[in-house]
Design a protein around this ligand. Structure first.
Ligand code: FUC
Length: 755
């Protein structure tokens, strides 16, 4: 079977939000479905509902220093020049400041349905990844009760339908609750409205849920709507806030009119039309890719499928892997659509007023990892919120660059929020990371490399890249020891001491400057700027030292310890997501030594990154081993990644890693099945994307490619690692051979096959 059963299912209601409830979402709105029998809970979110920022009771400074420290950075630099290293606490004491008004992502509230039944037979709760629909079904008193829920991107509503196979038996009372004070709940004509302003920052929030009944009666009560004797009922929810992604105030309109209009419109459309619009919208994205690992899902609930997983050879193990792959793509579609903020540490789902790490945007790995699967798994549209978020960071980031560094360009540090927090705080091991701005622009340049869309490069990617590069042209420091240009102060994320020129810092800057010089050449702009960038690249320490035990050094000095299993392996940035280190090169071999020493453990995202690293090192079996570790030890019953706690980056990073095992193109050459593990003996994948606007289908048997189909999105040279021959629609294509690759001039819209 070919993975048609892409469904998570369970034989009992969820009692725990984090590990059991099932997520639906449309980017802006998210909900977690519990599927209770006597009491249904649907916790919901709207992605912009944040405390903190301008107007916060704590005061808000964007992380910029509240009083000038004109010499602080150069003093740290001088100390590092003299002494080589500084303890993070010492640097934080000089360059940090307490966080104020950073805020946190908030739960919006919960819908509750009080239902008559409290016993049931044949219970089933499921999430269909093909439909993006959550369902609950059970039999009680001889009646089969069903509920289904989806979050439609068209119309921006969450919709539920409660039905039964005997007319007149649908009964419930709907209530809404929220932990936020300063709110009012009102009811009129079957519509519950919850409206208020967050106590911390005055941000307005409003949710409306309309109950529509077929047959029976609907009665408004105090803070509740009761349905009795109905054939079925539909719930339509929308929610919004007073947030706007605009510096410096970050406030827009009162959400009331938009929420009212969304609910009114959806109610007028009716359930069937909403369901169809949702299905069309979702299928257009989800169905672009299909992974066949010869999986066979045994007839057991997903929690048992996961518990039984060994990472071995069984078709059931393949079923979990294929499901996990599809789920990652589902989660990205559900948590990142145009018109809202990007997926945060928990995507769009959060049931708390104080989530771990504020449910924020960490940019020393996590936000970037969320978007690794976007292009390669053919979901480029889901990255729009990321692109817009990065663009929106420029204005506050320029001020931080100017005030803290007296530099041009823009900067952001270790983590940020929806209110342009581009400065620092004082948690010693995680406050300083000005390289983040450069890193977040990498994804935009890569998106151009995938699509080949020069308009996107010119309008969207290049301006943010150029701004990030200007910052480094002004900020790099000549190392007195050898004259190379280094980042100083520099800190390899959350590990070790401060120094000058840690490998990751250098690799990120190398990557940015390489990309921006390429982009300026493609666009034929900024000749002088480009010349300056190339000059600086010449003098830049590339951050690629091989150390005493054969490892790729994490720092400029050889401080690495062979028994250190720290979760960050930041110094392999150049291997992935960068492209500075190639498999098989001396640095690639050193990366292997480093990675073997760091081990296969770590937090969820750490394992996910390691899958990508091993795939880039062309070691499919090792990549698969780490995928197995992730599924066994960092995956919850609802298949969410756990750090712990739940953190969605691991879901996304692992999906990207699985794609990297099947197709790579970062060096400009399309490489099919570069890291195929022996456990994936025979299979097929359809619809992955390679750089150069090529869509790839490949099937394989006994570990070898059987048939490759490449669809060219645009006219231009395509290079593939293969012996060929390559066939076009008119027969064999004339190719240019070089080493183990062939190149030809592909035509837009044409299909080419190999094998
Ligand atoms: C980074 C990681 C932590 C955690 C946090 C949200 O700082 O080092 O492990 O994932 O982000």
């Amino acid at each position: 079977m070919t993975g048609s059963h892409l469904t998570l299912w369970y034989d009992r209601p969820a009692t725990d939000w984090e590990t059991e409830a099932l997520p639906i979402g449309n980017g802006a709105l998210g909900a977690m479905v519990f599927g209770g029998i006597g009491l249904e809970q649907i916790q919901f979110n709207e992605k912009t509902l944040w405390t903190g920022g301008p107007g916060s009771r704590q005061g808000y400074d964007f992380g910029n220093w509240t009083s000038p420290r004109p010499d602080a950075i150069s003093e740290v630099r001088e100390t590092l020049d003299r002494e080589g290293r500084m303890a993070p606490e010492e640097v934080a004491a000089r360059l940090g400041q307490p966080k104020s008004g950073f805020g946190a992502y908030q739960t919006f509230g919960d819908l509750w349905l009080d239902l008559p039944a409290d016993t049931s037979d044949d219970y089933r709760r499921e999430l269909s990844l093909r439909e993006a629909v959550a369902r609950v079904a059970y039999t009680s008193g001889g009646v089969r009760h069903t509920r289904e829920y989806f979050a439609g991107h068209p119309g921006n509503v969450i919709v539920g339908r409660i039905s039964a196979d005997r007319p007149g038996t649908v009964e419930f009372t709907l209530r809404v609750s929220s932990p936020h004070d300063d709110k009012r709940i009102s009811v009129a004509d079957g519509r519950l409205t919850m409206r208020g302003a967050l106590a911390d920052n005055g941000m307005l929030f409003e949710a409306q849920v309309q109950v529509v009944v077929e047959g029976g009666t609907r009665t408004d009560g105090a803070g509740r709507v009761t349905v009795t004797g109905a054939d079925s009922a539909v719930l339509v929810l929308s929610a919004g806030t007073g947030y706007a992604p605009v510096y410096p105030a970050y406030r827009g309109e009162d959400p009331h009119d938009a929420v009212t209009a969304a609910v009114d419109k959806a109610v007028a459309q009716g359930y069937d039309a909403l369901r169809r619009a949702h299905q069309d919208d979702y299928t257009r994205l989800f169905d672009r890719v299909e992974l066949d690992l010869r999986q066979e899902a045994p007839d057991v609930p997903t929690d048992r499928l996961r518990a039984a997983y060994t990472g071995g050879d069984s078709a059931a193990d393949r079923a979990l892997e294929a499901l996990y792959f599809a789920y990652g793509r589902y989660l990205l579609i559900a948590s990142s659509r145009a018109g809202s903020l990007p997926a945060n540490l928990q995507g769009v789902w959060n049931d708390s007023t104080a989530p771990a790490w504020s449910g924020d945007y960490h940019v020393n790995i996590n936000l970037q990892m969320n978007y690794w699967p976007a292009d390669v798994t053919n979901l480029a549209e889901t990255a729009r919120p990321y692109d817009e978020y990065v663009q929106a960071m420029m204005a506050p980031g320029r001020r931080t660059a100017r005030e803290m560094f007296a530099a041009e360009g823009w900067v952001v540090h270790n983590e940020t929020n929806p209110f342009g927090f581009t400065g620092v705080h004082d948690w010693a091991t995680a406050f300083w990371f000005p390289e983040a701005a450069a890193w977040v622009t990498q994804d935009l340049y890569d998106r151009y490399r995938f699509s080949g869309d020069a308009g996107y490069l010119r309008e969207t990617a290049y301006p943010v890249m150029k701004g990030a590069a200007e910052f480094w042209l002004d900020t790099l420091h000549a190392d007195p020891r050898d004259g190379t240009l280094v980042v100083s102060p520099s800190y390899s994320p959350e590990h070790g001491d401060f120094s000058a020129g840690a490998s990751m810092s250098q690799q990120i800057v190398w990557d940015l400057l390489t990309n921006v010089a390429e982009a300026a050449a493609v666009l034929d702009v900024d000749a002088e700027f480009r010349a300056r960038v190339l000059e600086v690249l010449e003098r830049l320490d590339p951050g690629l030292r091989i150390g005493s035990w054969g490892q790729l050094q994490e720092w400029k000095a050889d401080w690495d310890e062979a028994d250190d299993t720290h979760r960050h392996v930041s110094h392999l940035f150049g291997l992935h997501p960068g492209r500075q280190i190639a498999a098989g090169s001396p640095e690639g071999e050193a990366a292997k030594v480093t990675l073997a020493a760091r081990g296969d453990g770590g937090t969820g995202w750490s394992k996910a990154w390691k899958i990508n690293f091993w795939a880039r090192l062309l070691d499919g079996d090792h990549a698969h081993t780490v995928l197995g570790e992730l599924l066994k030890h960092s995956t919850l019953d609802n298949l969410w990644d756990t750090h712990p706690p739940f953190q969605i980056d691991g879901n996304f990073g692992a999906v990207a890693g699985m794609a990297e095992m099947l197709v790579q193109s970062h060096h400009g050459v399309i490489h099919m099945l570069p890291a195929l593990p022996s456990a994936w003996r025979t299979g097929a994948v359809r619809g992955l994307r390679a750089r150069g606007d090529v869509t790839v289908d490949v099937s394989w048997r006994d570990g070898a490619a059987e048939k490759v189909t490449l669809r060219a999105g645009r006219t231009g040279e395509v290079t593939v690692r293969t012996a060929g021959p390559v066939r076009g629609e008119q027969g064999e294509v004339a190719v240019r051979r070089s080493g183990d690759t062939v190149s030809w001039d592909a035509e837009a819209g044409k299909v080419y096959t190999i094998g």
